[in-house]
Design a protein around this ligand. Structure first.
Ligand code: ADP
Ligand code: ZN
Length: 520
């Protein structure tokens, strides 16, 4: 059998896949041909296969260097399921166990051996593999070797002598994140010889990114899913109880939905997952626990009912939509409160250095959600992929934000807050502005105020948006005691006096409904 046929044969008959994705084939052929490779491929892009197929095809045993014990174990389990003998070595195993595994390496009864980078510092291990070189060396999470990367690990520095010690063994370095500088540094640190460098774009052009203000969660999610006409989708929430709550609400509204979170039994999780994969259930409502290793190509939408903690998480979760390349939607329902909550958690949980990193991630997520430029440009630049052309497939490109002279609107709201002595919340203020017949307003005599009914030309949602902006811009303050009341800040005075001008963003309430989902 020719090499090409052999590779195809392993793909079909060992891994059970129909065809290669993107550049997997080029990479695999290079490694088998003895050439070094660096691949930068986003998570879920199918990096593992790039060294697993060569490991199966080449004689001998491949060495895979991986930083996390849990990942090693998952990978080995997966290989064993596919009938490929593999093992890992780590410090938690007994001496006898380790000896047994090394024996398997020496007599080639395993095709892959996973180790941690620290293992290479053990001189007995190093001299053992020097006498019995592996068929190839795969370095997972290769960005950890570079200080330019975002996750430098000193123990990775031990890897820089591998190419000298094993000049005949192909080295394949794999990572999901490395900008140009980090890529150069990885090549330099590892001394890769005439390497094939494969960098796959982070862009997922078929995913349409949309961010909307969250103001009435259930109704917003329902009105969006109604446009989906039975398409599969995932709704992510930030906690187990929110998942349960959202599932109940969706089911009550007649949707086919199931919950998935770490608080359910393995059996319940399995059932939910399978039902979703088989298209028996339309919607999975889940925490971030859902998604790892799940490969459902026809997920048509991912809704974030709560804001993720980082752009990495957002990208990964939205990336579960549209794997088949057919148009898909990513909807983020955003409000500042979610992020404030994370900020509090960070303050309590992390030490100083970690605190800053986490803080930075949340700030990046916040600026993504609030940006006025093409979402895709912001996303890709975040991952070090320079882009300046607007994508024409995100909410900002399709429905450009409009500003208007918001002074009068602001004055209406602020003076209403003032007239009710800063003792009421947003809905009450809005009811007065819209001249509602709510009995509490009559009882309080507020229907006699000069501001009563001066905003009836706009919807309640419209005024909510104005109020949120005034809070965000620092003219109003939400005082949270027994109940939430709106209060004026010092900055409100010049607005009330009309001494300054004020631009507000036109409320973007219709965007979700305008999404182009009816096409499917
Ligand atoms: P990465 O390491 O890049 O995050 P993985 O190697 O874990 O990605 O692969 C992601 C998913 O894609 C896995 O579920 C894997 O089984 C699947 N996969 C990889 N290559 C192919 C392929 N050629 N055809 C179908 N599925 C694939
Ligand atoms: Zn865009």
């Amino acid at each position: 059998m020719s090499l090409k046929d052999q590779i195809e044969d392993v793909l079909h008959n060992v891994f059970g896949y129909k065809s290669f994705r993107n550049q997997q084939k080029d990479i695999i052929e290079s490694v088998i041909g003895g050439r070094d490779v660096l691949t930068v491929i986003p998570t879920g892009g199918g990096k593992s296969l790039c060294y697993q197929i060569p490991a199966v095809v080449l004689s001998g045993t491949a060495l895979v260097i991986s930083p996390l014990i849990s990942l090693m174990k998952d990978q080995v389990d997966q290989l064993l399921v596919n009938g490929i003998p593999a093992a890992f070595l780590n410090a938690t195993q007994s001496g006898t166990e380790q000896q047994y595994i090394i024996q398997q390496y020496l007599n080639h009864s395993i095709k892959l051996l996973y180790i941690s980078p620290e293992r290479l510092a053990v001189s007995s291990f190093l001299s053992m593999i020097e006498q019995h070189p592996p068929s190839l060396i795969a370095i997972d999470e290769a960005h950890c070797i570079s200080q330019w990367g975002h996750d430098f690990r000193p123990e990775y520095r031990q890897l820089n002598h591998l190419s000298m010690r094993f000049p005949k063994v192909p080295i394949i370095a794999l990572t999901a994140t490395a900008d140009k500088m980090t890529q150069q540094d990885i090549l330099h640190q590892l001394n890769l010889v005439d390497p094939l460098v494969v960098v796959r774009s982070f862009d997922r052009p078929n995913i349409r990114y949309t961010v909307v203000e969250k103001f009435n969660l259930t109704e917003q999610v329902v009105s969006f899913i109604e446009t989906q006409k039975g398409n599969s989708g995932i709704v992510y929430c930030s906690s187990r109880s929110k998942v349960e709550d959202m599932t109940t609400r969706l089911v009550a509204r007649g949707f086919s939905a199931m919950a998935y979170h770490a608080g359910l039994s393995p059996n319940e999780r399995q059932m939910a997952q399978e039902s979703f994969l088989k298209d028996n259930t339309q919607i999975i409502v889940a925490t971030v626990a859902f998604g790892m290793g799940i490969n459902k190509p026809n997920v048509r939408f991912v809704v974030h009912a709560d804001c993720p903690r980082s752009i990495e998480a957002y990208y990964q979760e939205t990336g579960r939509a549209g794997r088949d390349g057919v148009p898909a939607e990513a909807i983020l329902l955003f409000n500042n409160k979610d992020l404030n909550w994370y900020q509090q958690q960070i303050a309590e949980k992390y030490d100083n250095e970690q605190k800053q990193v986490e803080q930075h991630k949340i700030e990046a997520m916040e600026s993504f959600a609030q940006c006025m430029t093409c979402r895709r440009i912001v996303l890709l630049n975040y991952f070090g992929e320079h882009r300046t052309e607007p994508c024409n497939n995100c909410d900002i490109c399709l429905y450009p934000p409009e500003q208007y002279d918001g002074l009068i609107d602001a004055q209406k709201v602020l003076s209403c807050v003032y007239r009710v002595e800063q003792r009421y919340g947003a809905q009450y203020i809005i009811d007065i502005l819209r001249g509602s017949g709510r009995s509490q307003i009559k009882e309080n005599g507020h229907h006699k105020l000069s501001v009563y009914g001066i905003g009836k030309e706009h919807s309640s949602d419209y005024w909510h948006s104005v109020i949120r902006q005034l809070i965000f811009l620092g003219y109003l303050h939400q005082n949270i005691s027994t109940f939430v009341t709106l209060q004026l800040t010092e900055n409100a005075r010049p607005i009330l006096k009309g001494e300054v001008s004020l631009k507000l963003a036109k409320p973007r309430l219709e965007i979700v409904k305008k999404s182009r989902l009816n096409r499917y």
